[in-house]
Design a protein around this ligand. Structure first.
Ligand code: RB5
Length: 148
């Protein structure tokens, strides 16, 4: 599995924590920045992550900002992206099983590094259940293909 990761200044420190986790887990990753706590705009980092996943250049994406909200809105604008903003372990698992999310968003000002690591671990290791959930995701994809 290849993961692409990005953050704004609010998520930079947590991104460093999560890249350490990816290294510990032996997961290949590409870090798209940002690389310090100087103020930046989250779409400049969220869109490249989401686009790489949508193009199939990475299997999954992780995006982090202060709340996770700006990054999740951004990622979900990209066709083919199903991004979930997750701050607990239950939805980390459920969103993989039910929604087959390909991008995970987290808010560094909402949760601490310990919980964020557990969420990322669960999200990265949980499989999509398919079945009735596949039909539902299909309806989203169908909508995306229309000229809305
Ligand atoms: C930056 O201050 C902050 O607005 C950003 O990290 C994020 O929380 C936006 O949704």
């Amino acid at each position: 599995m290849k993961v692409v990761i990005g953050a704004d200044h609010g998520g930079y420190i947590l991104k460093e924590e999560i890249t350490s986790l990816l290294e510990e887990m032996g997961i290949e990753y590409e870090d798209m920045g940002c690389n310090c706590e100087d103020s930046v705009d989250y779409p400049d980092y969220g869109l490249p992550v989401a686009e790489k996943v949508a193009r199939g250049e990475a299997d999954r994406g992780i995006v982090i900002c202060g709340t996770g909200i700006g990054m999740s809105i951004t990622a979900n604008k990209v066709k083919g992206i199903r991004c979930a903003l997750v701050h607990d372990m239950f939805t980390a698992k459920a969103t993989r099983e039910h929604n087959d999310t390909n991008v995970l968003a987290m808010g560094a000002r909402v949760i601490g590094p310990g919980l964020a690591r557990e969420i990322a671990k669960i999200w990265l290791s949980t499989e999509f259940e398919g079945g009735r959930h596949a039909k539902r995701i299909g309806k989203i994809a169908e909508y995306e293909q229309k000229d809305n």
